[in-house]
Design a binder for this molecule. Structure first.
Ligand SMILES: [Zn+2]
Length: 228
């Protein structure tokens, strides 16, 4: 067991309301059917996401799809930003094994309240496939968040789970792991990163992807639908 619950608070996120607008409901449904992992430099990866203001059936479907996408891509963590959703939430399973359900954790509106120690290890990212670089992270953290039932929890994590949570937490802040790779090491990765950049821009030029302005307008609309 890699993690344990230290305490459970009685706060329920659902009390923040169930506000819903018909237009946004349609929009949500359209979005949910088409979730996919976005690649660098999609603007969602640079979006500082806002807190989710309600947990409902649609959000649970989104989270379920995020787990499916994460397992299909052989990942151990996936942030909402990485599927083009500008929400402060991420999912992890440090084992990467979809049968190990007790290792699945959903972090909604997470906060890392304590960081201790320091360790450098190699990281990769599903939004920058095949790019790996050394990142220094805290060895131990305390994180609190809400789960899918709107229940607040606090976890003390160390080693790999702590690293995964710090990586995913960075995503909801709009930070990529490559931002934390030291410049000498980053130089070695730069050609691969540049390839992702040019592929993305070419797809936009060919009309296969919306422009950054259009993508950001969508992010803003999604943000307005589910945050304060
Ligand atoms: Zn990542």
């Amino acid at each position: 067991m890699l993690a344990y619950f230290r305490k459970t608070c009685g706060n329920r996120l659902t009390r923040f309301g169930w506000r819903r607008v018909t237009v946004l409901q349609k929009y949500d449904s359209a979005t949910m059917s088409s979730l996919e992992i976005v690649l660098y430099p999609h603007p969602a990866l640079r979006w500082k996401s806002k807190e989710v203001s309600r947990i409902d059936a649609e959000l649970r479907v989104m989270v379920g799809q995020m787990f499916e996408l994460m397992y299909a891509a052989r990942g151990i963590g996936l942030a909402a930003n990485q599927v083009g959703l500008p929400y402060r939430l991420f999912v992890i399973n440090p084992t990467g094994d979809k049968d190990e359900k007790d290792q699945e954790f959903v972090f909604i509106n997470p906060q890392i309240t304590r960081r201790n120690g320091s360790e450098t290890d190699e990281e990769g990212c599903l939004s920058l496939p095949e790019v790996f670089g050394p990142v220094t992270r805290a060895t131990k953290i305390i994180v609190d968040a809400f789960d899918l039932d709107g229940q607040q929890f606090e976890l003390e994590l160390e080693d790999l789970p702590a690293r995964v949570v710090q990586h995913e937490y960075d995503h909801v802040e709009g930070v990529m792991f490559t931002d934390r790779v030291a410049s000498a090491e980053l130089q070695k990765l730069q050609p691969q990163i540049n390839d992702f950049e040019s592929q993305f821009r070419n797809r936009q030029k060919e009309g296969l992807l919306p422009s950054d302005a259009q993508l950001m307008a969508t992010l803003l609309e999604l943000q307005n639908a589910r945050t304060q």
